[in-house]
Design a protein around this ligand. Sequence first.
Ligand code: ADP
Ligand code: GLC
Length: 475
Amino acid sequence: MTKIIHVSAECYPIAKVGGLADVVGALPKYQERSGITSQVIMPFYAKDFTKSTPLNCILNSTIYLAETAFDYEILEVPKKQLGFTVFLVKIQNLTDREEVYGYLDDTERFTAFQKVVANFLLLMEHKPDVIHCHDHHTGLLPFFISYAYKYKALKNIPTVLTIHNAQYQGEFSFDKLNYFPEYDLQHSGMLEWDYRINPLATAIKCVWKITTVSPSYLIELQKKANGLESLLQNEQPKSIGILNGVDPEVWNPKTDPLLIKNFSIQNVVSGRKANKEWICNEFGFDPNLPLVAFIGRFVYEKGSDLLPDVITQTFEKFNLNVNILILGSGDLETTSKLEEIQKKYDKKYNHHIGYNEKLSHIIYAGADFLLMPSRVEPCGLNQMYALRYGMIPIVSQVGGLIDTITDIDNGEEGFGITVKKISVHEICFGIQRAADVYNNKSFYSSKRKQIMKIDNSWDRSAEQYINMYHSLKNN
Ligand code: ADP
Ligand code: GLC
């Protein structure tokens, strides 16, 4: 096993919407360190990174979607930049825009991207030993290389799909089948799920191996996978759960350049105090009170729709003397409710609506508790970052949260606050428990030191991926 290529829509620091970027920005680096050539191919986006980094054009050509031609270039980010080579696929009028997702022609954008990837692989002199796809945006590629005549030479390369999130499947109608390269029609069934072309289902059917980003998520998907349950049950024998890791080169309170003050376990008290004071100053809070924060996308899976009621009941019903800070964006109804609440509970509740990488780091380093009332959490990286920075997570019991957080009532081993049921009342109860922990100063301080020592680094998970790649050779 010498060469892996990851195919992804996101990769930190080039383009990030969520945890997918963090994973694809870290895993190849750790694979490279264990002696494998690990590369990434992703769409180009007009972002700060691509504007400020010198890129070498290594190929230009034209791709067709039905009758429409699109010129494209493949630009290389040299290995010395990130520790692994990245290829950016810049397709004129499709993948030369700023945002990663959310355009009406996302189907066209990602289908064209995957065709270019297949063309590029065909031209590659030293072919990869494994093609590792991430989520539905790359789910058609395993089909193209398995069944399209043009890509026959790639047919025997093992393929892997990592499911970061099965809620999104990228489905579209069969009218768009003419975007595809010519393929052996007897395999059309591989594309179909519920009478539509479903790229996630296609990849699940076609790949040699499926991984999920935590072991518990793999179990959950058998029962709850947004319509793909029976398929995932069938494909269970080729599936394995591998927990994500934390990249300590990005997420390290001792060296993190985005913090107000860096710290380690030795000076955690003064370090966290400086970061908390900055937050309190910025958002009008009292630094002596426990500060509970939420960081994330406002989507149903994250439980963000419950936040407005949670805030109201925390102050009105539970009468808790805490401050709450939210960093996130997404659902507009949640946003407008939060705006209302902010006016009402000035000095107790505040937020930053939007995406802000720097602020997120300072919150991990300064706020006391991280609230994650997720309904679906395939892995969750936030809680792992929180632990490294000495912030205690308050989490629901789903997916990767089950695999990474043990309740503080579980004796010496416990360190987090788990919420048994995803309801406003139970979440508020979790915040109440957090406030009690905060007020028990010596217990709080010892737990904070305990969590900073937990090792969730990539080394362990990167090795599991390598073992999984090796198992493909024996298939
Ligand atoms: P998901 O990928 O489902 O959004 P994860 O927990 O895996 O959830 O990863 C989320 C990542 O995105 C973390 O790095 C988190 O800090 C970051 N993040 C989420 N929302 C924001 C935001 N509004 N501003 C800055 N960072 C954010
Ligand atoms: C997805 C999941 C999240 C996971 C991330 C990285 O976005 O929602 O739980 O941590 O992918 O694998």
